[in-house]
Design a protein around this ligand. Structure first.
Ligand code: SF4
Length: 159
């Protein structure tokens, strides 16, 4: 049984206090971005809307504080320094290469992150096993470019 099917599994509700952590403008902007990127990348937003909303608030707060949508699910020693790099700006390098979102913002229809393109020793494989891509013809722009050029490339375009 997945945790979502478990009757004892209960998510925290999103409260007005949570929503007040980010500006309405950036929250709206991040909702639009999340919906659009899910469509473009061939993924779904999580079936539990509370999960998506928490993540959208996290991204919007980073937009307010840092001016960029830094991934809300990592710990950063120095957020401002991290925001200057592109690795963890949403959609992050892992998403662009492997279509893998460890935050569970962009997932398959059941709410699992896509893991089929991850290196076998990646922790996402260990946690979730192989989760197939529901739309293999979409997303992974950077991964496809690497395959085409036969070399590793990071999100800023450097080899
Ligand atoms: S893991 Fe990547 S794609 Fe998912 S929310 Fe974080 S930055 Fe965005």
């Amino acid at each position: 049984m997945s945790e979502q099917d478990d009757p004892a599994f209960k998510l925290d509700e999103v409260t007005e206090e949570h929503r007040a952590q980010a500006s309405p403008q950036n929250t709206e902007k991040m909702w639009k971005y999340a919906r659009k990127f899910a469509e473009k990348s061939g993924t779904y937003l999580h079936p539990h809307e509370e999960i998506t909303e928490f993540l959208v608030i996290g991204l919007a707060k980073h937009m307010d504080d840092l001016g960029r949508p830094l991934c809300p699910c990592n710990f950063y020693e120095d957020k401002a320094a991290e925001a200057k790099k592109s690795t963890w700006i949403c959609a992050c390098e892992e998403m662009q290469k492997y279509k893998y979102c460890h935050c569970l913002l962009f997932v398959d229809k059941e709410g699992f992150p896509i893991t089929e393109y991850l290196p076998e020793d990646h922790e996402g494989r260990e946690i979730y096993g192989v989760v197939k891509d529901p739309f293999p013809d979409k997303g992974r722009a950077l991964g496809r470019l690497e395959e085409k050029q036969g070399r590793k490339i990071d999100k800023s375009g450097h080899a």
